[in-house]
Design a protein around this ligand. Structure first.
Ligand SMILES: [Mg+2]
Length: 227
């Protein structure tokens, strides 16, 4: 402390993923033609559950991509092909880039301080690359590490190691991983042996004895970083 290398999660840390997901799901629901009250919430629950299984290597990304719609469409009693739904969803998602209010300012401040900064994200390459291109954040990033491209996802420390080497960081005690997820981000930081900063804007209860920092506003991150 203070840290000299910053690794940032993307979804619900720099980007409003919940909003992007709702937008993309609504495109699927429009096409499937079944009245679907509560379908957004059901998709969100199904999707989160499958991502947790992916983090534990219980399913593959390609399986997740289709299975979440097979499960949703079954519940809705829709005859739509889940592969079509998955394609519409990913296209909708890749065009849905909602940058959270603090993100640009924080990345600009890190760049002014010459702090090497990377995104480390669990997600599909085509979606994350497109959203990053739309976001205006790319010029402030020194490395972008995406799970689908790496063939491994957080909390596997390999994804963090890739980002650290992309930034030229040789001293782990100088690096920090910032993210909203305990199961992927904070676990990945611990597994890789670097500090974690839990971004917790909704002020969820902190696990007892948790070894990481906690912030509720992304700007507060700057107080932990070398100036
Ligand atoms: Mg996240």
């Amino acid at each position: 402390m203070p840290f000299s290398y910053v690794l940032l999660d993307a979804d619900n840390t720099l980007f409003n993923f919940d909003l992007a997901e709702r937008h993309a799901v609504s495109m699927v629901l429009e096409r499937c033609g079944v009245p679907a009250p509560g379908a957004q919430e059901r998709f969100s629950v199904i999707n989160k559950g499958l991502w947790l299984r992916l983090e534990k290597d219980e399913i593959a990304p390609e399986e997740l991509r289709i299975l979440r719609f097979r499960l949703l469409l079954q519940e809705l009693g829709s005859s739509m092909d889940p592969r079509d739904a998955a394609a519409i969803f990913l296209k909708g998602l890749s065009e849905s880039c909602f940058v959270l209010p603090r993100s640009l300012g924080v990345l600009q401040a890190l760049r002014r301080r010459r702090v090497p900064t990377a995104i480390v994200t669990n997600g599909f390459s085509v979606v994350q690359r497109r959203r990053l291109a739309l976001s205006g954040l790319a010029p402030y990033l020194d490395a972008v590490v995406i799970s689908e491209e790496a063939g491994v996802q957080k909390p596997d420390p390999a994804l963090v190691e890739l980002a650290l080497s992309g930034l030229g960081c040789k001293e782990k005690s100088q690096a920090v991983l910032v993210g909203d997820s305990l199961s992927s981000d904070m676990a990945a930081a611990r597994n890789a042996g670097i500090a974690g900063v839990w971004y917790n804007p909704r002020r969820q209860e902190r696990p007892k004895g948790a070894p990481f920092y906690e912030i509720t506003d992304l700007n507060t991150l700057l107080t932990l970083i070398r100036s």
